[in-house]
Design a protein around this ligand. Structure first.
Ligand code: C2E
Ligand code: MG
Ligand code: MG
Ligand code: MG
Length: 278
């Protein structure tokens, strides 16, 4: 009787595994097709220096404009690309496009800006990651000081020694490293202890209701103070109101990014927005 049950279970496991393979392959193919057909686009969201009020940088955020399904959020397709490994060529496309466009807006007569690019753990772990970045910088002619990489805390738990080594290589080139969504991962403070960042990016969940929520305001002012003492620049993401901006300026936050300044914009609109502010 027991063997009968085991046999049924085994068959179910095989069926489930087959289902999983088919599902992954279908999504993988869709994404791969989208990459081949140029269905991705980068949007840019300005980052503003709180002391001068000037735009000093922009974060590149990927969008999938699918002809059959419309606009698909990176929150939906980045995890799929990470599962299937397609994040590596997709991430390379992002880096190359962002660096090319950062040079383009200099060519358009706009003052140089720092460009922030989001990087997934798998990309960083890829053995050619640093070499590919060096190639892209050489091909586009972008100054490495104008490139900033945003990594989330999940990157840091995977292979500490390898990550430390890659950070060092990138920073020696002049590239800045930002820790994204700070405070939402696990054991954040031990990362600060072990890794050398240039910038700490406070997650939007702490910025929300900062002026009313006593816990959030305490957390944010503590993160800003810690960053200053450890010599990190600090940026707040998801700033939506003037009250939030005032609070952050008063606490000594360096940079802000959020709907209060502008939502992420397509390249052409971003150039227009930037030149109008100048
Ligand atoms: P993130 O890097 O933390 O980016 C910030 C997200 O907050 C963006 O969502 C942005 O549009 C949104 N946002 C900005 N300001 C505000 C605001 O004032 N209020 C609110 N409610 N939201 C704001 P988006 O563009 O949907 O991107 C989501 C996430 O997808 C990003 O989070 C990042 O983790 C990932 N992602 C985006 N582009 C790339 C990419 O090229 N490569 C990789 N690996 N991940 C990416
Ligand atoms: Mg980011
Ligand atoms: Mg973030
Ligand atoms: Mg976030």
């Amino acid at each position: 009787e027991l063997y009968g049950i085991l046999e049924i279970l085994e068959r179910k496991v095989v069926q489930l595994e087959e289902c999983r393979i088919i599902l992954l392959t279908k999504q993988d193919l869709e994404l791969a097709k989208a990459l081949k057909n140029n269905e991705f686009k980068l949007y840019y969201q300005p980052q503003v220096d709180l002391k001068t009020g000037e735009i000093v940088g922009a974060e590149a955020l990927i969008r999938w404009i699918s002809p059959d399904k419309g606009n698909i959020s990176p929150i939906e397709f980045i995890p799929i690309a990470e599962n299937t490994g397609l994040i590596v060529p997709l991430g390379q496309w992002v880096l190359k496009t962002a660096c090319t466009q950062a040079v383009d807006w200099k060519l358009a007569g706009l003052p140089p800006l720092q460009i922030a690019v989001n990087i997934s753990a798998q990309q960083l772990e890829h053995e050619d990651f640093v070499a590919d970045i060096i190639d892209i910088l050489a091909q586009t002619g972008l100054d490495p000081k104008q490139l900033k990489l945003e990594l989330t805390e999940s990157v840091l738990v995977r292979n500490i020694n390898l990550t430390l080594e890659k950070f060092k290589q990138l920073q020696e080139l002049g590239i800045e490293i930002a820790i994204d969504d700070f405070g939402t991962g696990y054991a954040s403070l031990s990362y600060i202890q072990n890794f050398l960042f240039d910038i700490l990016k406070i997650d939007r969940c702490f910025i929300k209701d900062i002026t009313q929520n006593h816990k959030n305001s305490a957390i944010v002012s503590a993160i800003i103070r810690l960053s200053r003492q450890l010599n990190f620049k600090v940026i707040a993401e998801g700033v939506e109101t003037q009250l939030e901006r005032d609070f952050l300026a008063h606490q000594g936050c360096d940079l802000i990014q959020g709907y209060l300044i502008s939502p992420p914009l397509p390249f052409e609109q971003f150039c227009e927005f930037y030149s109008n502010r100048k």
